[in-house]
Ligand binder design. Sequence first.
Ligand SMILES: CC(C)(COP(=O)(O)OP(=O)(O)OC[C@H]1O[C@@H](n2cnc3c(N)ncnc32)[C@H](O)[C@@H]1OP(=O)(O)O)[C@@H](O)C(=O)NCCC(=O)NCCS
Length: 210
Amino acid sequence: MSTNAPSRARKWWYGLPGGRVLRAALRQLRIGIRDGELRDRLPDASIGEGVVVRGIDRLTVGKGLILDHRAYINCRGGAWNKRGGYVTIGDNSEIGPYCALWGAGGITIGNNVHLGSHVSISAHEGRQVKPEDVDIWKPLDFEFAPVVIEDHVLVCSGTSIAPGVRIGHHSIIGCGSAVVKDIPPYSVAAGAPARVIRSSVAPATSAITA
Ligand SMILES: CC(C)(COP(=O)(O)OP(=O)(O)OC[C@H]1O[C@@H](n2cnc3c(N)ncnc32)[C@H](O)[C@@H]1OP(=O)(O)O)[C@@H](O)C(=O)NCCC(=O)NCCS
């Protein structure tokens, strides 16, 4: 590892006796303030411990939202994404523990959508660094594409969803999947990359017997 990396400036009280206790207390205070603000902004939501929302002005939620412990939702924009970015979540939807939603390119989650634990959704991705680029301080180039999860979808734990993907309504995505292409409605899809393994569309009822 390089030893030239700049280190974060240490606060003056770090070396004092009891500094560690003071740091822990300040951290708890910060977490408390942050949790309180979040509950004020989302009064109808059920919010677990340690939930982090960045750019809450770009978050729109419906009724009965569950944000489980340690979920991380980043709706923020900046110069790097032309100040775009949003996360929209419909009614009766659930973001499981330790999920990470990166909404710089826009994420729309419908009604009655359930994300298991450790589900990651990103609406942006970094372009591969060119071989001639050797300056470690040069910012990454990004591509943005909105992610849409339609109504009544269940995304099982440990799944990653790539930018630009649309998951059709009434689908289920198996645990540990990598969803890199659209999934049609009524699908059971799984794997890395996720493929449709079954469809639950009811057969056409054209055969009518007297
Ligand atoms: C996707 C899922 C719902 C499908 O269940 P199922 O309909 O009973 O599917 P099957 O067990 O019959 O498997 C069908 C095929 O898909 C494969 N498959 C199933 N789940 C898979 C997964 N998560 N990843 C990769 N492949 C998977 C099976 O290996 C099988 O392949 P094969 O036909 O080549 O043998 C289930 O496997 C699953 O992932 N459940 C998640 C449970 C979970 O994480 N719950 C907690 C959070 S919500």
